[in-house]
Design a protein around this ligand. Structure first.
Ligand code: HEM
Length: 405
């Protein structure tokens, strides 16, 4: 689902990125935002966490059947929500919102049951805190979807939207990634490196505190609270970066395919928080481009970049594990997972993607349509390089799945 959404996003960029300087509330832009957030960021996090929560918490995935139902509700709900928003079909939007509500709550229940029987530690705490934000924010999303056609929320619409976005992006997606990233880094580098638990608790406190402060700032329309939220989130990102840096230093490992993506994501994340800080310090109205820059850097610059790096690590690893390693014979060792995608392709993708993100941010801030056209072209090509490479690598596993292997 994430790769299909990446392809659709790549094709849609030229028509949708310019809408960021028309209005953040343009219905087609909101539809496009959900193609990225639900289609790629959400789908990857939900799918990966069904695999990873049992691994990192030492438990066993419960209620497989319910997890499959969650996926069907999620994929149908995402499609209907996007179509409903894009065409302004309020009934379709409402059905999509309800299906997403169901899918997300079934998923939260599955993860909840899995965690109940798991090891209680700081990683589990990240996942629990993230599930709470996801559930609350999905309720707000469903409320927005159900009331869009009747205008029931009135003046409360934009505060509700701001709270929904802050909790989804910060409280759920970022906190989940912060929980998994150090554990995955430890697994990938191997050796004797261990987690610095104090740093891990600190990043959780800062990231969750910052996200809920931003959410409260949305409801209370309080710019000082938004400033505090952005500062706390920045501290959380710094703790997370310190933790990851420590893992790599201890393992004496200099790089991995996902590391350059993680560095770009960190810079964009801090850029997004700086934009929130500037907009809040100036008490800028909701229509100010600085808020849109903040959203753009958070979604495309930070979260989507992390997801790209993650996919570069995990898809070749799964292909290696299920396809290449079992076929290895003496004298014919399997290729290394990291060599399955040529490093030149990865580098070109990262250069195009990073240029697109920052040219896009400048274009939104200064209101330059030509910059957004350049950014859309760079981003589109970057996503095409990513998806073509990953589809090629994942092809043998896909063929086996289709044949029932
Ligand atoms: C349960 C799933 C979700 C539902 C039902 C939902 C619903 C909605 C609706 C209906 C709106 C538009 C409100 C309006 O136009 O008045 C909205 C806005 C928004 N949502 Fe979601 N959403 C969901 C998941 C997500 C996720 C996973 C993210 C991010 C990770 C997200 C981020 C946003 C953002 C940033 C906006 C503002 C978009 C803009 O102003 O252009 N949503 N959501």
């Amino acid at each position: 689902m994430a790769l299909v959404s990446f392809v659709l996003t790549a094709l849609a960029y030229p028509w949708h990125l310019p809408l960021t300087i028309v209005s953040f509330y343009h219905p087609r832009l909101t539809a496009f935002v959900h193609l990225s957030t639900l289609g790629t960021i959400g789908a990857t996090i939900l799918g990966a966490s069904l695999q990873l929560v049992p691994v990192v918490t030492g438990g066993r995935l419960r209620a497989h059947g319910a997890a499959r139902w969650a996926w069907w509700c999620y994929v149908a709900g995402t499609a209907l929500l996007i179509v409903g928003l894009w065409f302004g079909w309020h009934e379709t939007l409402a059905v999509g919102g309800v299906l997403l509500y169901l899918g997300v709550h079934i998923y939260v229940a599955v993860i909840g049951m899995t965690m109940w029987h798991s090891r209680r530690d700081v990683t589990l705490a990240h996942i629990v805190v993230a599930q709470v934000a996801l559930a609350v924010s999905a309720n707000l999303g469903a409320l927005l979807a159900l009331t869009k056609g009747i205008g029931w929320l009135g003046d409360a619409t934009i505060p509700t939207l701001a709270t929904h976005a802050a909790l989804m992006l910060g409280g759920w997606a970022l906190v989940t990634l912060a929980g998994f990233a150090p554990r995955l880094a430890l697994m990938f580098v191997g050796g004797s490196a261990i987690l610095d638990r104090r740093l891990a608790w600190l990043d959780l406190a800062f990231l969750a505190g910052g996200s809920w402060a931003l959410a409260a700032a949305g409801v209370a329309r309080s710019h000082p609270t938004a400033l505090v939220g952005a500062a706390l989130l920045a501290l959380g990102l710094i703790c997370l970066a310190a933790q990851l840096g420590r893992v790599y230093r201890k393992a004496r490992r200099t790089s991995d395919p996902h590391v350059p993506f993680a560095i770009v994501a960190l810079i964009a994340g801090l850029g997004s928080l700086a934009a929130i800080g500037v907009a809040a310090a100036r008490s800028a109205p909701a229509s100010d481009p600085m808020w849109v820059v903040a959203g753009w850097l958070a979604i495309a610059g930070c979260l989507q970049t992390v997801i790209q790096g993650f996919l570069h690590k995990i898809v070749p690893f799964l292909a290696w594990l299920h396809h290449h390693a079992p076929r290895a014979t003496i004298g014919h060792p399997p290729p290394r997972p990291d060599s399955l995608v040529p490093s030149a392709h990865r580098a070109l993708e990262l250069i195009l993607w990073t240029s697109g993100v920052f040219i896009g941010a400048a274009g939104i801030w200064l209101g330059i349509p030509a910059a957004l056209d350049v950014a859309a072209t760079c981003l589109g090509f970057a996503l095409m390089i990513l998806t073509l490479n990953l589809l090629r690598v994942a092809w043998p596993i896909g063929v086996r799945l289709v044949r029932g292997g």
